[in-house]
Design a protein around this ligand. Structure first.
Ligand SMILES: *[C@@H]1O[C@H](CO)[C@@H](O)[C@H](O)[C@H]1NC(C)=O
Ligand SMILES: *[C@@H]1O[C@H](CO)[C@@H](O)[C@H](O)[C@H]1NC(C)=O
Ligand SMILES: *[C@@H]1O[C@H](CO)[C@@H](O)[C@H](O)[C@H]1NC(C)=O
Ligand SMILES: *[C@@H]1O[C@H](CO)[C@@H](O)[C@H](O)[C@H]1NC(C)=O
Length: 292
Protein backbone atom coordinates (compact mmCIF):
# COMPACT_ATOMS: atom_id res chain seq x y z
CA UNK A 1 0.00 0.00 0.00
CA UNK A 2 1.14 3.43 -0.84
CA UNK A 3 0.05 4.67 2.59
CA UNK A 4 2.22 2.33 4.57
CA UNK A 5 5.23 3.02 2.38
CA UNK A 6 4.60 6.66 2.98
CA UNK A 7 4.36 6.39 6.72
CA UNK A 8 7.55 4.38 6.76
CA UNK A 9 9.24 7.09 4.79
CA UNK A 10 7.75 9.72 7.07
CA UNK A 11 9.34 8.01 10.02
CA UNK A 12 12.65 7.98 8.24
CA UNK A 13 12.11 11.56 7.24
CA UNK A 14 11.67 12.71 10.81
CA UNK A 15 15.37 12.10 11.24
CA UNK A 16 15.76 14.86 8.71
CA UNK A 17 13.27 17.30 10.29
CA UNK A 18 15.98 19.65 11.38
CA UNK A 19 17.64 19.82 8.01
CA UNK A 20 16.48 21.90 5.13
CA UNK A 21 16.58 19.33 2.41
CA UNK A 22 13.69 18.22 0.23
CA UNK A 23 12.33 15.07 1.83
CA UNK A 24 12.68 12.04 -0.41
CA UNK A 25 9.03 11.29 -0.24
CA UNK A 26 8.07 14.59 -1.79
CA UNK A 27 7.05 13.70 -5.28
CA UNK A 28 8.51 15.67 -8.15
CA UNK A 29 6.46 15.59 -11.29
CA UNK A 30 7.68 16.94 -14.57
CA UNK A 31 5.42 19.05 -16.68
CA UNK A 32 4.54 17.47 -19.97
CA UNK A 33 4.61 20.77 -21.77
CA UNK A 34 7.45 22.77 -20.30
CA UNK A 35 10.68 22.37 -18.43
CA UNK A 36 9.00 22.97 -15.10
CA UNK A 37 8.10 20.67 -12.25
CA UNK A 38 5.43 20.27 -9.66
CA UNK A 39 6.49 19.34 -6.14
CA UNK A 40 4.06 17.41 -3.98
CA UNK A 41 4.82 17.10 -0.28
CA UNK A 42 1.22 16.46 0.66
CA UNK A 43 0.47 14.65 3.95
CA UNK A 44 4.00 14.00 5.19
CA UNK A 45 3.81 15.37 8.75
CA UNK A 46 6.22 18.14 7.83
CA UNK A 47 6.70 20.81 10.48
CA UNK A 48 8.80 23.16 8.38
CA UNK A 49 8.65 24.16 4.75
CA UNK A 50 11.38 22.06 3.15
CA UNK A 51 14.27 23.59 1.28
CA UNK A 52 15.97 22.32 -1.85
CA UNK A 53 12.88 22.83 -3.95
CA UNK A 54 13.90 22.82 -7.62
CA UNK A 55 14.03 26.38 -8.85
CA UNK A 56 11.87 25.52 -11.86
CA UNK A 57 8.96 24.52 -9.64
CA UNK A 58 5.64 25.88 -10.82
CA UNK A 59 3.45 24.24 -8.27
CA UNK A 60 4.27 23.43 -4.67
CA UNK A 61 1.87 21.46 -2.54
CA UNK A 62 2.54 21.16 1.19
CA UNK A 63 -1.07 20.64 2.19
CA UNK A 64 -2.11 18.37 5.06
CA UNK A 65 1.10 18.68 7.03
CA UNK A 66 1.88 20.09 10.45
CA UNK A 67 3.23 23.52 9.69
CA UNK A 68 2.53 26.06 12.40
CA UNK A 69 4.55 29.11 11.51
CA UNK A 70 5.64 29.91 7.99
CA UNK A 71 8.62 32.19 8.25
CA UNK A 72 10.61 31.20 5.19
CA UNK A 73 9.83 30.29 1.63
CA UNK A 74 12.58 29.41 -0.83
CA UNK A 75 13.06 31.66 -3.86
CA UNK A 76 11.01 30.11 -6.64
CA UNK A 77 10.77 32.47 -9.58
CA UNK A 78 8.28 30.33 -11.50
CA UNK A 79 6.02 29.21 -8.72
CA UNK A 80 2.42 30.05 -9.41
CA UNK A 81 0.46 27.78 -7.12
CA UNK A 82 1.37 27.43 -3.46
CA UNK A 83 -0.82 25.08 -1.49
CA UNK A 84 -0.42 25.43 2.27
CA UNK A 85 -3.94 24.31 3.04
CA UNK A 86 -4.93 22.11 5.97
CA UNK A 87 -1.92 22.63 8.17
CA UNK A 88 -2.01 24.26 11.59
CA UNK A 89 -0.59 27.56 10.45
CA UNK A 90 -1.02 30.30 13.02
CA UNK A 91 1.34 32.85 11.60
CA UNK A 92 2.80 33.58 8.21
CA UNK A 93 5.62 36.04 7.73
CA UNK A 94 3.77 37.67 4.89
CA UNK A 95 6.85 39.36 3.56
CA UNK A 96 8.39 35.92 3.06
CA UNK A 97 6.09 35.52 0.05
CA UNK A 98 8.27 38.06 -1.74
CA UNK A 99 10.47 35.21 -2.94
CA UNK A 100 7.58 34.00 -5.14
CA UNK A 101 7.17 36.75 -7.73
CA UNK A 102 5.04 34.64 -10.09
CA UNK A 103 2.58 33.51 -7.45
CA UNK A 104 -0.97 33.49 -8.73
CA UNK A 105 -2.86 31.16 -6.38
CA UNK A 106 -2.38 30.92 -2.66
CA UNK A 107 -4.19 28.16 -0.81
CA UNK A 108 -4.36 28.73 2.93
CA UNK A 109 -7.72 27.22 3.75
CA UNK A 110 -8.05 25.02 6.77
CA UNK A 111 -5.49 26.72 9.00
CA UNK A 112 -5.50 28.69 12.25
CA UNK A 113 -4.76 32.15 10.93
CA UNK A 114 -6.10 35.00 13.01
CA UNK A 115 -4.81 37.73 10.74
CA UNK A 116 -3.64 38.23 7.19
CA UNK A 117 -1.38 40.99 5.90
CA UNK A 118 -1.29 40.52 2.18
CA UNK A 119 -1.37 44.28 1.76
CA UNK A 120 2.26 44.57 2.82
CA UNK A 121 3.52 42.14 0.20
CA UNK A 122 1.05 42.25 -2.65
CA UNK A 123 3.11 44.78 -4.60
CA UNK A 124 5.80 42.11 -4.87
CA UNK A 125 3.28 39.58 -6.14
CA UNK A 126 1.87 41.20 -9.25
CA UNK A 127 0.15 38.03 -10.43
CA UNK A 128 -1.54 37.08 -7.21
CA UNK A 129 -5.26 36.83 -7.95
CA UNK A 130 -6.67 33.94 -6.00
CA UNK A 131 -6.45 33.45 -2.23
CA UNK A 132 -8.39 30.86 -0.30
CA UNK A 133 -8.68 31.63 3.41
CA UNK A 134 -11.80 29.72 4.24
CA UNK A 135 -11.82 27.68 7.44
CA UNK A 136 -9.41 29.84 9.41
CA UNK A 137 -9.80 31.90 12.57
CA UNK A 138 -10.25 35.28 10.95
CA UNK A 139 -12.62 37.40 12.99
CA UNK A 140 -12.12 40.81 11.49
CA UNK A 141 -10.07 42.20 8.65
CA UNK A 142 -10.07 44.81 5.96
CA UNK A 143 -10.33 44.10 2.27
CA UNK A 144 -6.84 45.59 1.84
CA UNK A 145 -5.40 43.03 4.25
CA UNK A 146 -6.79 40.39 1.90
CA UNK A 147 -4.84 41.83 -1.00
CA UNK A 148 -7.73 43.71 -2.57
CA UNK A 149 -7.90 45.33 -5.10
CA UNK A 150 -5.26 43.16 -6.69
CA UNK A 151 -6.66 39.91 -5.40
CA UNK A 152 -9.87 39.36 -7.32
CA UNK A 153 -10.84 35.89 -6.17
CA UNK A 154 -11.00 35.75 -2.43
CA UNK A 155 -12.51 32.88 -0.47
CA UNK A 156 -13.29 33.76 3.14
CA UNK A 157 -16.34 31.76 4.10
CA UNK A 158 -16.36 29.77 7.33
CA UNK A 159 -14.41 32.10 9.52
CA UNK A 160 -15.52 33.21 13.00
CA UNK A 161 -16.67 36.65 11.89
CA UNK A 162 -16.87 39.31 14.54
CA UNK A 163 -19.78 41.44 13.40
CA UNK A 164 -19.00 44.96 14.45
CA UNK A 165 -18.17 48.16 12.63
CA UNK A 166 -14.72 46.98 11.61
CA UNK A 167 -16.32 44.33 9.47
CA UNK A 168 -19.13 46.54 8.27
CA UNK A 169 -17.54 46.79 4.81
CA UNK A 170 -18.25 43.08 4.35
CA UNK A 171 -21.59 43.12 6.14
CA UNK A 172 -22.67 45.94 3.85
CA UNK A 173 -21.73 44.00 0.75
CA UNK A 174 -23.59 40.95 1.97
CA UNK A 175 -26.68 43.01 2.70
CA UNK A 176 -26.42 44.60 -0.73
CA UNK A 177 -26.16 41.21 -2.44
CA UNK A 178 -29.08 39.97 -0.47
CA UNK A 179 -31.17 42.96 -1.47
CA UNK A 180 -30.15 42.38 -5.07
CA UNK A 181 -31.15 38.74 -5.22
CA UNK A 182 -33.21 37.86 -8.23
CA UNK A 183 -31.34 40.23 -10.51
CA UNK A 184 -28.47 39.42 -12.78
CA UNK A 185 -25.67 38.11 -10.62
CA UNK A 186 -22.91 39.94 -12.39
CA UNK A 187 -24.83 43.18 -12.14
CA UNK A 188 -25.44 42.54 -8.47
CA UNK A 189 -21.89 41.77 -7.54
CA UNK A 190 -20.65 44.76 -9.41
CA UNK A 191 -23.22 47.15 -8.02
CA UNK A 192 -22.37 45.85 -4.56
CA UNK A 193 -18.61 46.08 -5.26
CA UNK A 194 -18.41 42.49 -4.17
CA UNK A 195 -17.20 40.60 -7.21
CA UNK A 196 -13.84 39.82 -5.64
CA UNK A 197 -15.43 37.74 -2.91
CA UNK A 198 -16.16 34.22 -3.99
CA UNK A 199 -19.42 33.47 -2.28
CA UNK A 200 -20.09 30.20 -3.79
CA UNK A 201 -18.55 26.97 -2.97
CA UNK A 202 -19.10 23.40 -3.82
CA UNK A 203 -19.34 23.07 -0.09
CA UNK A 204 -22.94 22.91 0.87
CA UNK A 205 -22.01 24.34 4.21
CA UNK A 206 -20.17 27.48 3.19
CA UNK A 207 -21.04 29.92 5.93
CA UNK A 208 -20.93 33.64 6.40
CA UNK A 209 -22.23 33.78 9.92
CA UNK A 210 -21.31 36.01 12.81
CA UNK A 211 -19.52 34.18 15.57
CA UNK A 212 -19.50 37.18 17.87
CA UNK A 213 -20.62 39.38 19.56
CA UNK A 214 -22.81 36.87 21.35
CA UNK A 215 -26.11 38.57 20.53
CA UNK A 216 -25.36 38.13 16.83
CA UNK A 217 -23.98 34.64 17.07
CA UNK A 218 -25.19 32.53 14.20
CA UNK A 219 -26.75 35.38 12.23
CA UNK A 220 -25.81 35.64 8.61
CA UNK A 221 -23.69 38.67 7.85
CA UNK A 222 -26.27 40.02 5.44
CA UNK A 223 -28.85 40.29 8.21
CA UNK A 224 -27.01 42.35 10.77
CA UNK A 225 -26.35 45.64 9.04
CA UNK A 226 -29.37 47.29 10.64
CA UNK A 227 -27.99 46.39 14.02
CA UNK A 228 -24.70 48.12 13.45
CA UNK A 229 -25.10 51.64 14.57
CA UNK A 230 -22.61 54.43 15.03
CA UNK A 231 -20.24 52.94 12.52
CA UNK A 232 -19.53 56.38 11.12
CA UNK A 233 -20.91 58.10 8.10
CA UNK A 234 -18.84 56.31 5.49
CA UNK A 235 -20.22 52.97 6.52
CA UNK A 236 -23.74 54.17 7.14
CA UNK A 237 -24.00 55.83 3.79
CA UNK A 238 -23.47 52.55 1.99
CA UNK A 239 -25.81 50.45 4.03
CA UNK A 240 -29.02 49.72 2.24
CA UNK A 241 -31.34 48.82 4.99
CA UNK A 242 -33.66 45.96 4.62
CA UNK A 243 -35.85 43.86 6.76
CA UNK A 244 -33.74 41.68 8.95
CA UNK A 245 -36.40 39.02 8.97
CA UNK A 246 -36.54 38.91 5.24
CA UNK A 247 -32.92 37.98 5.10
CA UNK A 248 -33.86 34.57 6.35
CA UNK A 249 -32.74 32.56 3.42
CA UNK A 250 -29.23 33.35 4.40
CA UNK A 251 -29.57 33.05 8.12
CA UNK A 252 -29.01 29.36 8.17
CA UNK A 253 -25.75 29.94 6.48
CA UNK A 254 -26.48 28.07 3.31
CA UNK A 255 -24.45 29.04 0.31
CA UNK A 256 -25.34 32.52 -0.71
CA UNK A 257 -27.76 32.69 -3.59
CA UNK A 258 -27.98 28.97 -3.78
CA UNK A 259 -30.58 26.69 -2.35
CA UNK A 260 -32.62 29.56 -1.08
CA UNK A 261 -36.17 28.46 -0.48
CA UNK A 262 -37.64 31.77 -1.61
CA UNK A 263 -36.36 31.27 -5.09
CA UNK A 264 -36.74 27.56 -5.57
CA UNK A 265 -39.94 28.09 -7.53
CA UNK A 266 -38.40 30.74 -9.70
CA UNK A 267 -36.79 30.18 -13.03
CA UNK A 268 -34.52 33.09 -12.34
CA UNK A 269 -32.47 31.10 -9.89
CA UNK A 270 -28.99 32.43 -9.67
CA UNK A 271 -26.21 30.00 -9.57
CA UNK A 272 -22.96 31.61 -8.69
CA UNK A 273 -21.63 35.05 -8.12
CA UNK A 274 -18.30 34.38 -9.61
CA UNK A 275 -16.28 31.43 -10.67
CA UNK A 276 -12.86 30.49 -9.43
CA UNK A 277 -11.28 30.74 -12.82
CA UNK A 278 -7.67 30.75 -11.80
CA UNK A 279 -8.08 27.99 -9.31
CA UNK A 280 -9.87 25.66 -11.64
CA UNK A 281 -8.31 26.40 -14.98
CA UNK A 282 -4.73 26.63 -13.90
CA UNK A 283 -4.85 23.41 -11.98
CA UNK A 284 -6.52 21.37 -14.64
CA UNK A 285 -4.56 22.75 -17.53
CA UNK A 286 -1.31 21.80 -15.92
CA UNK A 287 -0.69 18.28 -16.85
CA UNK A 288 2.14 16.74 -14.94
CA UNK A 289 3.70 13.40 -15.45
CA UNK A 290 5.37 11.64 -12.64
CA UNK A 291 9.08 11.12 -12.93
CA UNK A 292 8.93 8.14 -10.68
C1 LIG B 1 4.98 30.49 16.09
O1 LIG B 1 5.01 31.88 16.21
C2 LIG B 1 4.47 32.35 17.42
C3 LIG B 1 4.38 33.84 17.33
O2 LIG B 1 5.39 34.37 16.56
C4 LIG B 1 5.37 31.88 18.54
O3 LIG B 1 4.86 32.33 19.76
C5 LIG B 1 5.37 30.38 18.52
O4 LIG B 1 6.25 29.89 19.50
C6 LIG B 1 5.78 29.84 17.17
N1 LIG B 1 5.58 28.43 17.16
C7 LIG B 1 6.45 27.59 16.60
C8 LIG B 1 6.05 26.14 16.64
O5 LIG B 1 7.47 27.96 16.07
C1 LIG C 1 -40.93 40.09 4.02
O1 LIG C 1 -41.25 40.35 2.67
C2 LIG C 1 -42.60 40.09 2.35
C3 LIG C 1 -42.77 40.24 0.86
O2 LIG C 1 -41.99 41.29 0.39
C4 LIG C 1 -43.50 41.01 3.16
O3 LIG C 1 -44.85 40.76 2.84
C5 LIG C 1 -43.26 40.76 4.60
O4 LIG C 1 -44.01 41.64 5.38
C6 LIG C 1 -41.78 40.90 4.94
N1 LIG C 1 -41.57 40.46 6.29
C7 LIG C 1 -41.01 41.21 7.18
C8 LIG C 1 -40.87 40.61 8.52
O5 LIG C 1 -40.58 42.32 6.92
C1 LIG D 1 -33.34 27.23 9.14
O1 LIG D 1 -33.12 26.12 9.97
C2 LIG D 1 -34.25 25.77 10.73
C3 LIG D 1 -33.87 24.65 11.69
O2 LIG D 1 -32.74 23.99 11.24
C4 LIG D 1 -35.37 25.34 9.79
O3 LIG D 1 -36.50 25.00 10.53
C5 LIG D 1 -35.70 26.51 8.90
O4 LIG D 1 -36.67 26.13 7.96
C6 LIG D 1 -34.46 26.97 8.16
N1 LIG D 1 -34.79 28.17 7.44
C7 LIG D 1 -34.41 28.37 6.21
C8 LIG D 1 -34.85 29.65 5.63
O5 LIG D 1 -33.74 27.58 5.59
C1 LIG E 1 -11.47 27.05 -0.87
O1 LIG E 1 -11.26 26.10 0.16
C2 LIG E 1 -12.44 25.43 0.55
C3 LIG E 1 -12.11 24.58 1.73
O2 LIG E 1 -11.20 23.59 1.37
C4 LIG E 1 -12.94 24.61 -0.61
O3 LIG E 1 -14.11 23.92 -0.25
C5 LIG E 1 -13.27 25.55 -1.74
O4 LIG E 1 -13.67 24.81 -2.85
C6 LIG E 1 -12.07 26.40 -2.08
N1 LIG E 1 -12.58 27.42 -2.98
C7 LIG E 1 -12.14 27.54 -4.22
C8 LIG E 1 -12.81 28.57 -5.02
O5 LIG E 1 -11.22 26.89 -4.64
Amino acid sequence: MKISTRSFLVTLGLLCTGCFCLPDKCEIKKSRYSSTVSVDCDSLDLVVVPGDIPSNTERFDIAFNKLRNVTYLPPLPKLYILDLSYNSIETVSWMALRTLPALSSLELQGNQLTYVELDIVVAHLPKLKYVNLSLNKLASFSQYAMGWPQVTELVINNNPFHCDCDLSWLITKMACLQACKGKDRQACCSSCSACFILLISQLKHARFNCKSPSQLHGRHLSTVSTLLTDCGTTHQAEIKLQSTENGTFLINGSTLLEEEPYMSHSSAKMSTIATPTIASTSVTSMDFQSLN
